[in-house]
Ligand binder design. Structure first.
Ligand code: NAD
Length: 253
């Protein structure tokens, strides 16, 4: 039985990961900024921990981490997953506030989560951190500069933490999901259509055109990969940037 913490775990990919770990018999704690989603998770999984917290708020996250330490006495897997898409538009039209919020949630929130995980895991001499980057962290992504910048930052953080924590027995990997079917990509497609002047169908078609397998990804595909990373079969996998995307050739086909 593993002790698992997932940020942004009340819906989307984080919830898919949480449900897979729970199905495996693990103990899961999630936090999420959306109180109604947290309430839904808590109702569905009363034997696990669900807390409302914003990953960029140090005090709120300290409360989450204290609660997890009290309940779990350590942690085996931490998924630093919470993220937002940020704005879509040419850089000359973006506001500093939109830029800052996107980088804060995707990158600073991940920093706070990883800092706590590192303290726990270095002391224990074991553990796995999985950071959620994106295919936007592997390619240039026109009209999404804040998001791409933050997700490339995740890659740098992953490589660095794998080196800092590897000698202590802690593995650190990033996942790069492609376009995942679901609410979030519906919102992203609508935003990108508005910013580019294309129809939503045209934007959707472009996501598939740039992918070798010509398909979108499902949340289960992503959860499967995280479960594999957390398995004994992946015990020598660290510092890796694992794309779950059907092989993205370009984000601008
Ligand atoms: P989602 O919007 O469905 O879920 C994200 C969850 O994170 C939500 O429950 C939301 O309330 C929570 N959240 C947002 N901001 C938060 C904050 N400040 N503090 C705490 N929780 C917060 O999105 P998703 O698709 O599940 O995305 C999860 C991660 O995967 C993100 O990091 C995202 O960038 C990344 N990603 C998603 C896709 C995709 O196609 N959906 C592709 C690549 C990467």
């Amino acid at each position: 039985m593993r002790r698992v913490v997932i940020t942004g775990g009340a819906s989307g990919l984080g919830r898919a990961m949480a449900e897979r770990f729970i199905a495996e018999g693990d103990r899961v704690a999630i936090c999420d900024a959306d109180p109604s989603a947290v309430a839904g998770f808590a109702q569905a999984y009363p034997d696990h921990i669900a807390m409302t917290a914003d990953v960029t708020d140090e005090a709120q996250m300290a409360t989450v981490f204290d609660a997890v330490e009290a309940a779990f006495s350590g942690v085996d897997v931490v998924c630093a997953n919470a993220g937002i898409g940020g704005p879509a538009g040419r850089i000359e039209d973006l506001s500093l506030a939109d830029w800052t919020r996107c980088v804060e949630v995707n990158l600073s929130g991940t920093f706070l989560t990883c800092r706590w995980a590192a303290r726990q895991m270095r002391a224990a001499g074991q553990g796995l951190i999985v950071l959620t980057s994106s295919t936007a962290g592997q390619f240039g992504y026109p009209l999404r500069s804040p998001y791409a910048t933050a997700k490339w930052g995740i890659v740098g953080l992953t490589k660095t933490l794998a080196m800092e924590l590897g000698p202590a027995g802690v593995r650190v990997n990033a996942i790069c999901p492609g376009a995942v079917e679901g609410d979030r990509m519906d919102r992203v497609v609508a935003m990108e259509a508005a910013a580019s002047g294309r129809s939503e169908d045209a934007v959707r078609a472009l996501y598939v055109k740039g992918v070798s397998l010509r398909s979108w990804v499902t949340a289960d595909d992503v959860a499967d990969t995280v479960l594999w990373l957390a398995s004994p079969q992946a015990k020598r996998i660290s510092g890796q940037i694992v794309a779950i995307d059907g092989h993205t050739e370009t984000l601008v086909p």
